[in-house]
Design a protein around this ligand. Sequence first.
Ligand code: IMP
Length: 425
Amino acid sequence: MKNTIVVGAQWGDEGKGKLVDVLAEQSDLVVRFNGGGNAGHTVMHAGETYKFHYMPSGMLHNKLCILGTGVVINPKDLLEEIDSFTSSGHTPRLKISARAHVIFPHHQLIDAKEGGKIGTTGRGIGPAYSQKASRINLRILDIIADDAQSRIKDALRDVKDILIYEEIFTEDEYQKYCNSVSVEYAAYGKKFKPFITDTEDLVRIAGKVEETVLFEGAQGTLLDLNYGTYPFVTSSSTLAAAAFVGGGAIPGVPIRILGITKAYTTRVGEGPFPTELSGDAAINLREAGHEYGATTGRPRRVGHLDLFALRYAIRISGIQELAMTKIDTLALVDGIKVCTAYKIAGKEIDYFPADAPTLAQVEPVYTDVPAIAELTKAEWETLKGKSKDDLPESISSYIKFIEDFVEIPITILSHGPERNETIVF
Ligand code: IMP
């Protein structure tokens, strides 16, 4: 069986956690390859709700789960997540890349100061990745080293000027911070030791023994640092290609690239959102879909399905098939439309604008969509194992319209948060 890369095809929160949980059942390894505690997965199973920020959703299937080299890790938060999972009666099978970078409290303090204009999650993601790129950050292998405390103090010397200049700390506070954080993080390092390994090698060996690997991307394609709606993006690459760099996927090994899209669109934080709804229409859709951020609890911005943006995301990430989530939510609202083109100054454009102010000004061109049928759980149950043509006409024609526009098939339909509320075509 092929390996699979799962990526968000919008601005994140598409329901990747649920889909990874569903697909993990047939996988041997689940590998997260980007982002950090900015991601939030909610997985519901057997009446229990699990919230993960770091651990791949494959945890619930007792699969070997990996946090790859491309991930940035706040050790305190990850240890709390591991503890809470363990105390709910599970044993995490987790391995963490020795090369993954560490998020320190000063990254979060910088993020709190500077992240407002982007509307970041405040988890220190941008500052951690930028200090990684500047080659002044530490990796997990540093905090598990015997001389972790002195490595941490040395690294903090490199960022001292930034922290004082940015008025994050006074000289006095900086000294106290160095002393306390070096002790605290070296202690985390000790707890982390059993989890640390060369995770890329685990992925390589899995390929040799023909095990199936599921790569889990965080955030969404339109939040990609290079191709997203810059500067209103996250600080890592969210494309399928990042699974190779950050997760150890091996070029040449057959791979299936699955993009996840909601039946409509949402976005958290600042930045252009051409199909955004306002007023009662926004409130209705937000409440129908419980659209509040899993990490920050912020109300999500909501809007019509933007097929023009979705097609761009599919093209740049190389997405081969789609899973569509929350079709059940769309059945609860009126006045559904999909955006099929953008206009600037009254003229249709044939490209997705790279410039955020330009994207903010585009005028979406809409096609009206007939109301989506509302089905009971029992009615959905009867559709399991059936084809798309057996779905109610309003749903099958919605799917067909999307497939024709984006030129790839929708192979999975999710109609509720539970694992079994999923139809695979
Ligand atoms: P950061 O990743 O915390 O730096 O935030 C940068 C932008 O990405 C902000 O607009 C966030 O709201 C958004 N973002 C980051 N992670 C997620 C996610 O998991 N889902 C949705 N939006 C996210």
